[in-house]
Design a protein around this ligand. Structure first.
Ligand SMILES: Nc1ncnc2c1ncn2[C@@H]1O[C@H](COP(=O)(O)OP(=O)(O)OP(=O)(O)O)[C@@H](O)[C@H]1O
Length: 454
């Protein structure tokens, strides 16, 4: 393209790529908005391709919001065609009723579309001024350490799930990029919404930050440095949470071990686990309240505390987090005498006994034995001398909370329940004295409930 290439920007982008471990086998996709930042980035990535040997492509998200959106998309497509770089146009539909407003809805749709691309790294044009704005924005909304850490120059996001994110210009000032782009003779678009101070981010950029810079001339690099400090502290908190999670039993934690942690550490553990599960961060008030309730509930009370889109559950000595909509019952399974069967977040263990639990003879004389959730209108007789009672009644008596009922494993023989976890064995199938039997036990262990298995 016959442009002047200033070495400083090229060196900086190359430094970040090398630090992230980008090499000849890497597939990079440049998120190309058509603005000066991503156009400069795209140009630099094209230049550096010879040094690194990576495969480069570009993608533009068409939000269908602005009347100029088609022109932006066409400009991006044209730019890629000119230099022979594969280009993807991603059309998204932005929710008009998003609780965070149109800007947040557009961002969410944009990131979801980009995440679906088949590449190792998505490369963004964020720079140091964006970083400073992000830090300030988040602090003004009461962020914690994780939020105030803002953006990383690179995050290797769960390789199998979504591409990593690279921001090679994060240490570069906006003015530097602009000067570089002008010197390089680039052409780019100006986003009409950037001048619109109705959007909070733009108000921050055009009104708040200029005032801060008048008083603190180094406000932008200082805020970017603060983000790095927060990032370091955040990594330490994550390490602490990982240690605490392991010490509390890995998968479903031991409730007593979790409650032995101080309130701040317990909150840190919950936040960490929620982030790993991809949950939105709960509000501080909600989290503090959940920690308080966990502490005041007596050890045997089952708990289900909603934390935003997830819930923190405790039953007996197990404590775990799961998506809030996961009220669905675990998958049914046939029992053919196995020692254990998986059940949702845990398993059902069949312990051999003598004169207790379910009669082996009766079970083997019956048809198919199936582990399944409760069924509508089911009844169970625990005692010969008493009538059959409804599942609901039995649950109430055994203090099994409503949310847990759909998850209780039930052993069914020919359409009749013969065992219900936490409740007992049907009198018809009870083992007589001295007779070989089996006791099923529901154990919340094994699989990680936060992964929502079963
Ligand atoms: N429509 C788009 N299509 C492709 N990439 C885009 C688009 N808009 C923005 N990007 C990418 O995101 C970077 C940051 O853009 P911008 O500052 O407008 O977004 P933001 O909303 O502040 O950031 P973020 O989306 O990360 O929250 C751009 O440099 C570009 O790499």
């Amino acid at each position: 393209m016959g442009m002047v290439v200033h070495d400083d920007l090229r060196v900086e982008v190359g430094r970040v790529l090398a630090a992230a471990g980008v090499g000849a086998q890497s597939r990079l996709c440049c998120a190309l908005s058509g603005g000066v930042d991503s156009v400069s980035l795209f140009t630099l990535l094209c230049t550096l391709q010879a040094d690194f040997g990576y495969a480069l492509s570009a993608a533009h998200v068409h939000h269908r919001l602005s009347p100029n959106a088609d022109a932006w998309a066409a400009a991006c497509a044209g730019r890629c065609a000119q230099v022979g770089i594969p280009f993807r146009l991603l059309r998204v539909t932005v929710a008009r009723d998003h609780p965070g407003g149109l800007e947040a809805a557009a961002r969410e749709a944009r990131h979801a579309a980009l995440d679906s691309l088949d590449c190792d790294w998505l490369v963004f044009g964020h720079h140091q001024d964006d970083q400073a704005e992000t830090v300030l924005f988040r602090l003004l909304r009461g962020a914690g350490v994780h939020g105030a850490a803002a953006m990383a120059a690179f995050d290797r996001c769960r390789p199998a799930v979504r591409p990593g994110r690279l921001r090679p210009l994060l240490g570069v000032r906006r003015a530097q990029i602009l000067a570089w782009a002008r010197a390089a003779g680039l052409h780019w678009g100006e986003d009409e919404s950037n001048a619109d101070t109705r959007y909070t981010r733009n108000a921050l950029r055009h009104q708040l930050l200029p005032v801060a810079e008048r008083i603190f001339p180094a406000a932008v690099p200082a805020l970017a440095r603060a983000a790095e400090n927060f990032r370091e502290a955040d990594a330490l908190l994550d390490e602490l949470a990982a240690l605490d999670a392991a010490a509390c039993g890995g998968g479903p934690w031991s409730r007593s071990a979790v409650l032995a942690l101080g309130a701040a550490r317990l909150g840190n553990l919950l936040r960490w686990q929620l982030r790993r599960g991809g949950a939105l961060a709960p509000s501080r008030a909600r989290l503090v309240e959940a920690v308080r309730q966990l502490h005041v509930a007596d050890a045997d009370t089952p708990l289900r505390l909603v934390l935003g889109t997830w819930a923190c559950c405790a039953y007996r000595d197990a404590l775990w987090l799961e998506p809030d909509e996961a009220a669905a019952a675990p998958a049914a399974r046939d029992w053919r005498g196995e020692a254990t069967l998986p059940w949702g977040a845990g398993e059902v263990v069949f312990e051999p006994t003598l004169g207790a639990g379910l009669s082996r003879a009766r079970l083997s004389g019956a048809g198919a034995v199936r582990l399944e959730a409760r069924r509508q209108g089911m009844k169970l007789r625990l005692d010969w001398r008493r009538p059959r009672r409804s599942f609901k009644n039995l649950c109430q008596e055994a203090a099994v909370p409503a949310w847990l009922r759909a998850r209780l494993p039930v052993l069914w023989v020919e359409g009749e329940p013969v065992w219900v976890a936490g409740i007992g064995v049907a009198a018809e199938f009870a083992c007589a004295a001295g007779e070989p039997g089996v006791i099923p036990r529901w154990r919340l262990s094994g699989a990680d409930p936060a992964r929502g298995s079963g």
